[in-house]
Design a protein around this ligand. Structure first.
Ligand SMILES: Nc1ncnc2c1ncn2[C@@H]1O[C@H](COP(=O)(O)OP(=O)(O)OP(=O)(O)O)[C@@H](O)[C@H]1O
Ligand SMILES: [Mg+2]
Length: 206
């Protein structure tokens, strides 16, 4: 099974992906499946090198909007080919923080690039591989800023209004794929959110 966790910066993706991976690892379902915890951009040598380039602030690399979309998708293509497809073919469960929905939400709705063109680019990069389910952690941008106490990375430093556009973009994406998206409020404690995610995934979890 392929589960993607999406949502704006600081909404709790890494926290909740970790808790979900623990649940999957403890699953009593037979046969027992291995569980892989991935994040985007990353998960391959190329992807981790690109993550460093894309997210660093010191020294900041100027990247134009289209180049940014292409770089994310190059890292994604590598992840699909080298990691995701082999893992899924081997029957593993994959929990991935971010996938192509992030490109549409951030570069499309956030940076106001052509979302139709970006959908095409993402389809090319992923070979149209889609997750079984997307958990969209929904949080107002103001709350996410409160949670991000550490230094802001290059994307996060674009500010509050940008992130709110991204958030609205995610909600529009949900309306394109209502059966795949499970929107979960990311407000409240980590345990509250974790419980909500388990409820939202009750029909798909092994
Ligand atoms: N429900 C919660 N309530 C309060 N703080 C939280 C909650 N969930 C996570 N946090 C804290 O908020 C911060 C951001 O969480 P986390 O790193 O999981 O988010 P993220 O979506 O992975 O962020 P990023 O997009 O930057 O990778 C962390 O310091 C984390 O401990
Ligand atoms: Mg994270």
């Amino acid at each position: 099974m392929f589960i993607v966790i999406e949502g704006i910066d600081g909404c709790g993706k890494s926290t909740q992906a970790g808790l979900l991976v623990d649940v999957l690892k403890k699953s009593k379902a037979k046969p027992k499946a291995e569980v892989l915890h991935l994040h985007e951009p990353g998960g391959t040598r190329l992807g981790e090198a690109m993550r460093e380039l894309l997210l660093r602030t010191e020294p900041k690399v100027e990247i134009s909007a289209r180049a940014e979309a292409l770089l994310y998708n190059a890292a994604r293509a590598e992840l699909v080919e080298e990691v995701l497809l082999p893992a899924l073919a081997a029957g593993k469960h994959v929990v991935c923080e971010r996938y192509f929905y992030s490109t549409i939400a951030y570069q499309g709705y956030g940076l106001q690039q052509d979302t139709g063109a970006l959908h095409g680019l993402c389809a090319y990069a992923t070979g149209k591989l889609k997750p079984d389910v997307v958990v969209l952690l929904d949080l107002p941008a103001a709350q996410s800023f409160e949670r991000m106490k550490r230094g802001k990375d290059r994307i996060e430093s674009r500010g509050h209004e940008y992130l709110e556009h991204v958030r609205q973009g995610y909600l529009l994406l949900r309306s394109r794929e209502p059966e795949r998206f499970r929107v979960v409020s990311a407000l409240g404690s980590q345990d509250d959110v974790h419980r909500r995610i388990l409820e939202a995934l009750a029909d798909v979890l092994p």
